[in-house]
Structure formats: structure tokens, C-alpha cells
Design a protein around this ligand. Structure first.
Ligand SMILES: Cc1cc2nc3c(=O)[nH]c(=O)nc-3n(C[C@H](O)[C@H](O)[C@H](O)COP(=O)(O)O)c2cc1C
Length: 171
């Protein structure tokens, strides 16, 4: 199988639930599991992988976690080329208190990585979610796995399992 890397940010551990499940399901080595706040040094780290799982919870008004701000800027400004790579997004949000920007970080990821030439995989039917608006919504699907561990914790495990099963068919 292609070389898989997981790059993710999580302030309270909710997005980490998905990162941990991906790590186990795809047998990703510890050093290919990059926690952005502590382990990320340079955009060159993306080069080692053919498949990237990219995660962040959503903050502010639909923003990525702060540890992703500089890397996303660098990918765009330095013209980093992701063509030939498959990229899937995931992240936690809050569909009630922040339902006007539910998991919009995934949409921000999409803007950057698709422009950089990546093939985006892992879209998820959004009809199972109750929220107002999201930058992650595209043609009735989220451009990655959204979880809401604040209001719908009971759905998280099934959502993650279903997504991983679908991803396996796309890789
Ligand atoms: C100040 C603040 C702003 C937030 N903004 C959003 C938002 O725009 N959209 C959203 O879906 N969730 C938002 N959230 C909710 C977090 O994304 C949510 O708590 C998530 O579970 C955190 O995941 P983590 O533990 O992986 O960091 C916000 C939370 C706080 C405290």
C-alpha cells in the first residue's frame, strides 16, 4: 500500500479520536503520525507520503486550529505541489453552538490542498447531520469526516468506522 501519513491538530482530544482510529486501521507508524502543535517543523514533511490524512477541529469563525495556519499559508504561497497525492480531511466541531460554521476547517483544507493539486478523497453524505452552514459542504457532501463529540458523541464511533471502510475502497 502507498505510504500513509497523518497530520492533525486537536485542542481537547476529539479530533484525536479519528486520528487514532486511522492510525490503527492503516497501521501508520508513530513517526508518520504528526501532531501539528508538537511534531510539525516544515512542509517538507508532507513529501514522504502518497496518502495524507489531514485533521483539525474548527475554531473562531470556521477557522482551522492555530497550528495549521502557517502550514496552509506556506503550501499556498510556496506553491507546494501535491499532485499524485491522495488527501482526506477529518475534524471535530460543534453543530449546535457553532452550527453556522460546522466543521468549516475541512472546507479551508479543501481550498488549499485541492488548489495545490491533491486528489481529495473521503467525502461524506451530509444528510445525517443537523447544522446551519459549513464551508465543508459541497454538493450535499462534506469534503471529509465531520464529527460532533459535543452533541452527538453516540454517533462518532459508527461515523468513524463507516468512513474508514469507505476510505479503504478509495485507496
Ligand atoms: C471559541 C470556540 C470557537 C469554536 N468555533 C467553532 C466553529 O466555528 N465551528 C465548529 O464546528 N466548532 C467550533 N467550536 C467547537 C470545537 O471545534 C469543538 O469543541 C471540537 O470538539 C474541538 O475538537 P478538539 O478536541 O479536537 O480540538 C468552537 C469552540 C470554541 C471554544
Amino acid at each position: 500500500m502507498s505510504k500513509v501519513g497523518i497530520f492533525y491538530a486537536s485542542a481537547g482530544g476529539n479530533t484525536t479520536i479519528v486520528a487514532d482510529a486511522l492510525k490503527e486501521a492503516f497501521e501508520v507508524d508513530d513517526d508518520a503520525c504528526v501532531f501539528m502543535e508538537d511534531d510539525f517543523d516544515s512542509v517538507e514533511q508532507f513529501e514522504d507520503f502518497d496518502t495524507l490524512f489531514v485533521g483539525s477541529s474548527t475554531w473562531g469563525q470556521g477557522d482551522v486550529h492555530f497550528s495549521w495556519v502557517d502550514p496552509l499559508f506556506e503550501i499556498s504561497s510556496d506553491g507546494i505541489d501535491f499532485s499524485g497525492k491522495k488527501v482526506a480531511f477529518f475534524g471535530a466541531g460543534d453543530s449546535k453552538t457553532h452550527g453556522e460554521h460546522f466543521c468549516s476547517a475541512l472546507g479551508k483544507f479543501y481550498q488549499t490542498f485541492s488548489k495545490a493539486g491533491a486528489e481529495i478523497i473521503g467525502f461524506v453524505d451530509a444528510s445525517d447531520y443537523d447544522y446551519e452552514a459549513s464551508l465543508a459542504l459541497m454538493d450535499g457532501k462534506f469534503c471529509g469526516l465531520a464529527i460532533d463529540n459535543i452533541n452527538e458523541e453516540d454517533k462518532t464511533e459508527e461515523r468513524v468506522e463507516k468512513w474508514i471502510t469507505a476510505l479503504k475502497t478509495e485507496l
